[in-house]
Design a protein around this ligand. Structure first.
Ligand code: DX5
Ligand code: ZN
Length: 218
């Protein structure tokens, strides 16, 4: 079985000290740094964009996993690539030309991902498997951290695990992940776990290593 990757979401970090927060989760054992980009249009919240990612990129050498909750998508891909994203994930619901978006991400030399909202069936990726490096199953409705995990998505995770077969595609889950449900999502087939509030809770960097370890051990 593949090793589990834990990707803390910096959406839950203290934005006034964003660079220090990333250094802290790096030291605390984060595998990837998950960056939630929200545009106030595709989702009902605004977070940060490519310039903020570029500003904090130098503080760690870990993978930057950029989750774009924006529409349209294609006109911004180059900016996120130049900002230092390693993985760029677009939403299946963000536009009609996903095949083109995925080709564009790979042409920029980056890993390409697709994210599915809770209401979107796994069939959305059926004809895209050969263009994908990652599939992201949202286990909350995107837009905010701190929401509760949607059990309905466990079945989708296991169906996508079967669709992936032996392709080198990571299966990531995002939303409401805690030490209490991490085992269930991994058992369903997820190999990459995003966690925001469960890692940053308490806002004390002294707790981050314990919080990440608790999810990993689970
Ligand atoms: C939701 C974001 C998630 C979220 C995770 O729109 O994509 O990455 O911040 O935060 P928690 O773990 O608090 O649900
Ligand atoms: Zn996310």
């Amino acid at each position: 079985t593949k090793e589990i990757i834990i990707a803390p979401s910096i959406l839950a970090a203290d934005f006034a000290r964003l660079g220090e927060e990333i250094v802290a989760i790096d030291a605390a054992g984060a595998d990837w740094i998950h960056c939630d980009v929200m545009d106030g249009h595709f989702v009902p919240n605004i977070s940060f964009g490519a310039d903020v990612i570029k500003a904090v990129r130098p503080v760690t050498s870990k993978i930057f996993d950029v989750h774009l909750m924006i529409a349209p998508t294609d006109s911004y891909l180059e900016a996120f690539a130049k900002a230092g994203a390693d993985v760029i994930t677009v939403h299946a619901e963000a536009g009609p030309h996903l095949d083109r978006s995925l080709q564009a991400i790979r042409a920029l030399g980056k890993k390409a991902g697709i994210s599915l909202c809770p209401a979107t069936p796994e069939s959305a990726i059926e004809y895209l498997l050969d263009r994908l490096d990652l599939v992201l199953v949202m286990t909350v409705n995107p837009g905010f951290g701190g929401q509760s995990f949607l059990e309905s998505q466990l079945e989708k995770i296991s169906r996508i695990r079967s669709m992936i077969g032996d392709r080198p595609i990571r299966l990531e889950v995002d939303g409401g992940i805690t030490r209490d449900n991490a085992a269930a999502v991994a058992a369903a087939g997820a190999d990459t776990l995003v966690a925001g509030s469960a890692v940053f809770r308490g806002k004390s960097s002294a707790d981050y290593a314990g919080n990440i370890a608790a999810i990993r051990i689970a």
